[in-house]
Ligand binder design. Structure first.
Ligand SMILES: Nc1ncnc2c1ncn2[C@@H]1O[C@H](COP(=O)(O)OP(=O)(O)OP(=O)(O)O)[C@@H](O)[C@H]1O
Ligand SMILES: [Mg+2]
Length: 273
């Protein structure tokens, strides 16, 4: 099942930002004239200082933060003013992974992953927890893809942080999404576990062709796992290019200072137990 040479089961959606502004209700401009084009199946890392607008940017892609002007297109959806059934339809195609994992702790890993199927499940089945066999199969496949299927019947509260994040990724995968958004998915994890989670996201991108947009604090992590790097500063894109080309001067333009040892995540190849 995890054959990297198999043809992608899902294809990703393209994402286009055209002159996008976000002004929060208090008048703060979170994004300023953002123009960005992400191809279907691309993996992009977004970096920037705290407050630069990284979360704002990813949250506009599934409509969690409404845009004030401009347009964002995700696959066939235009986000400006999108609401109701169409907004729910868009959200069913966009999986989200958070820094804090956001699992339901008092139930099993499998039930958490099945929650990713809610968009596709009738209300009575949800109420009775009468999951279809196909949904359970899909959830187990998603757990297998992030190599944590052996924990399917464990309680979510028994898992380590890294394992919880892998379950959160499986939950997003069970949605059969065209896009996965990850907002600092490694910020609560130690360096070895951060690498494991980033490798999972990278594998999902290459094997399934799902478009991945991931916010990261560490530039070196972004350089390594996003082919493309977008640097944000005060709500504006100040760099958009290949990670490999992001040198010291690019670092300075994004962070407003030069690189220090604290900006580099230790190299490690350790695996989760
Ligand atoms: N709901 C809101 N109302 C007003 N201002 C907001 C709101 N959400 C975010 N902001 C402001 O918008 C700016 C960008 O915030 P955002 O959360 O996107 O930054 P970030 O790059 O994700 O930061 P961090 O690395 O700390 O997560 C910040 O100055 C923040 O204070
Ligand atoms: Mg943030």
């Amino acid at each position: 099942m995890n054959d990297p040479h198999s043809t992608p089961e899902t294809s990703g959606a393209g994402i286009r930002f055209e002159h996008v502004d976000v002004t929060y209700p208090n008048g703060y401009r979170g994004l300023k004239n953002v123009n960005l084009q992400i191809a279907p199946g691309e993996m992009v890392a977004v970096v920037g200082l705290s407050g630069a607008g990284k979360s704002t940017l990813v949250r506009t892609i599934n409509g969690l933060v409404p845009i004030t002007s401009g347009q964002i297109t995700v696959g066939e959806f235009g986000l400006h003013g999108l609401r109701g059934a169409r907004l729910r339809q868009l959200r069913s195609e966009v999986g989200m992974v958070f820094q804090s994992f956001n699992l339901a702790k008092r139930t099993t890993v499998l039930n958490n992953v099945l929650m990713g199927r809610l968009h596709h499940t009738s209300a009575w089945r949800t109420l009775l927890a009468a999951w279809k066999k196909d949904d359970v199969e899909l959830a187990m496949q998603a757990l297998e893809r992030v190599e944590i299927v052996q924990k399917a019947y464990a309680n979510a509260s028994e898992l380590s942080g890294g394992q919880q994040q892998r379950v959160a990724i499986a939950r997003a995968l069970a949605q059969k999404p065209k896009v996965i958004l990850a907002d600092e998915p490694t910020a609560s994890l130690d360096p070895p576990t951060s690498h494991v989670v980033m490798r999972d996201l990278q594998r999902i991108n290459t094997e399934l062709g799902i478009t991945v947009v991931v916010n990261l604090h560490f530039l070196d992590l972004a350089r390594r796992y996003g082919q493309r790097l977008v640097g944000l500063r005060s709500g504006e894109i100040v760099y958009d290019g290949q990670g490999a080309d992001a040198d010291e001067s690019v670092f300075e333009s994004i962070y407003g200072r030069s690189l220090t040892a604290e900006d580099v995540l230790p190299e490690t190849t350790a695996e989760l137990s």
